[in-house]
Ligand binder design. Structure first.
Ligand code: COA
Length: 459
């Protein structure tokens, strides 16, 4: 047997140097010529050549409509979003007109398939109240041992941690999946707020509050009550958060986090593993993490642009963003563009209306106007840079400002998205288990060169 001799002392600096050297080798051996994507019929990013998504399944949960195919050509249209066939605008309008919170109702609709009756809505509220309590010692054992300022990771860890408190975690029966789904919808907001309070205590060196939720409060009311030191909020604030949560509850089977949840669910794994994968995906800046990125981008803009009301200056800055010379240098103008929507994202249209109203009341008109300028000018900038994609403001452009005006800290913006989207993830997981029934397993065309194995002494 041949022994590999190890140096006597090997420390972190040696490791850093070695990793750099491993990476330069990695770069040498790990490039795929982009022309090969034209040679082989590969749907890169699971997209067709015109940018539309490859159809990966059938769903009865949601429809995201952003274009029509006319004589083989993609034509942009105004965006429409429906949950179980009901236009999301009508869902929100109904709750406003009938003067009640709507997120619980939307979650029921997504999970079950029909709007709840009055009695069923009462049942849903009772279930949410019962289930939102976290198991004894959960906060200490799962969240507090290693406090973090990355709340999406805390959320994901919290969901995984719930596996150990579940007496029947792996049973895939509909009854068990429904129970687990309802528990997660009720508990994600509680985990989110607890993780935030722990972060305040351990990272910001401020006080943390674990307020007891009240039984008759909606999810949005519970979030605001548990978040604030004095537990106080206005009815208008809770209603606006409720609308934000309805709008974020679901977005079709193909969005990155829902697809991730469906992929894991198709393997027959448990709900906690599947939902934590969805949270991990949503954290990404090209997906739900974009709302945090919009806030960062706005801060950069406020610093670097002298006159926010001057379109030429804003446009020049957007060119710099798209050219990777400003902001986080990713080349992205956050809050703009969408994989499906072209002319408009209906969620952004609704949030913009709320943002405008609140901005006027709370003195945020300048920041609102800056976002409007981004919405107006970014499509021109990308078109002038030769991108032929029709782009519009997406849900994340205005959501961050709405949350900011509600006094919700930046680090909670993506977690709130997750706390709302869990309803959609659970609905899709159940559909995958009941109706999908096949392991999701696409293929990758191998384009690797042949190598002969060489014994160690000859390398
Ligand atoms: N800023 C800069 N460039 C953008 C852009 C944006 N907001 N949106 C699209 N583009 C560019 C893409 O980089 C791409 O350029 P390339 O052809 O040189 O690679 C081109 O326009 C076509 O877009 P494409 O990548 O096909 O769009 P997509 O459907 O894959 O991407 C998003 C959709 C959402 C990922 C994309 O628009 C984006 O990254 N937006 C910013 C992040 C964001 O707000 N995400 C939240 C989504 S709800």
């Amino acid at each position: 047997m041949q022994n590999i001799s190890l140096p006597i002392s090997y420390d972190k600096r040696d490791a850093i140097w070695d990793i750099q050297s491993i990476c330069s080798q990695f770069k040498e051996y790990n490039t795929i010529d982009t022309d090969l994507y034209k040679v082989y019929p590969v749907a890169r990013g699971l997209r067709n050549p015109d940018g539309t998504g490859v159809v990966a399944g059938l769903t009865q949960i949601c429809n995201v409509h952003g274009y029509v195919i006319d004589e083989g050509e993609k034509s942009p249209v105004e965006g429409r979003l429906s949950y179980r066939g009901i236009d999301v605008n009508n869902l929100i309008k109904g709750c406003i007109e009938e003067n009640r919170f709507g997120y619980e109702e939307a979650a029921w609709l997504l999970l079950v398939g029909k709007l709840p009756t009055k009695e069923q809505l009462t049942t849903m509220r009772e279930l949410m109240t019962l289930y939102r309590e976290l198991p004894d010692s959960f906060a200490e054992d799962v969240l507090m041992k290693t406090p973090s300022n990355q709340l999406m990771i805390q959320l994901s860890r919290g969901v995984l941690g719930l596996y150990f408190y579940d007496e029947n975690p792996d049973d895939l029966s509909i009854e068990n999946q429904m129970r687990q789904s309802l528990q997660l919808i009720a508990r994600l907001p509680s985990i989110m707020v607890m993780a935030y309070q722990i972060k305040r205590r351990f990272w910001d060196k401020e006080s943390m509050y674990f307020h007891q939720p009240l039984p008759d409060q909606s999810i949005s009311q519970t979030i605001l009550r548990m978040l604030r030191a004095d537990t106080q909020f206005t009815e208008e604030e809770a209603r606006l958060l409720d609308i934000c949560m309805i709008l974020h509850a679901e977005h079709g089977g193909g969005n990155n986090s829902t697809f991730a949840t469906r992929v894991l669910s198709s393997s027959g794994t448990d709900i906690y593993a599947a939902i934590s994968a969805g949270i991990g995906s949503l954290k990404g800046p090209r997906h739900g993490g974009a709302n945090k990125k919009v806030r960062e981008m706005v801060e950069f803009m406020k610093q670097d642009i002298k006159h926010w009301d001057n379109d030429a200056e804003v446009k020049d800055y957007l060119f710099q963003l798209a050219g990777k010379q400003a902001g986080d240098r990713s080349g992205l103008i956050y809050g703009m563009g969408h994989a499906v929507y072209t002319k408009s994202d209906p969620r952004a249209v609704i949030l913009k209306r709320s943002a405008r109203r609140l901005a006027a009341a709370k003195g945020f008109e300048d920041e609102f106007a800056l976002l409007e300028a981004v919405e107006r000018l970014a499509p021109e900038v990308l078109a002038e840079k030769g991108k032929d994609k029709v782009i519009c403001a997406n849900v994340d452009l205005y959501s961050g400002l709405v949350y900011k005006m509600l006094g919700i800290p930046d680090e909670l913006h993506t977690p709130i998205f997750a706390a709302a989207r869990v309803a959609g993830w659970c609905a899709h997981r159940m559909e995958e288990i009941v109706c999908g029934g096949r392991l999701i397993r696409p293929a990758y065309k191998a384009v690797l060169p042949h190598q002969d194995y060489q014994p160690l002494k000859d390398r």
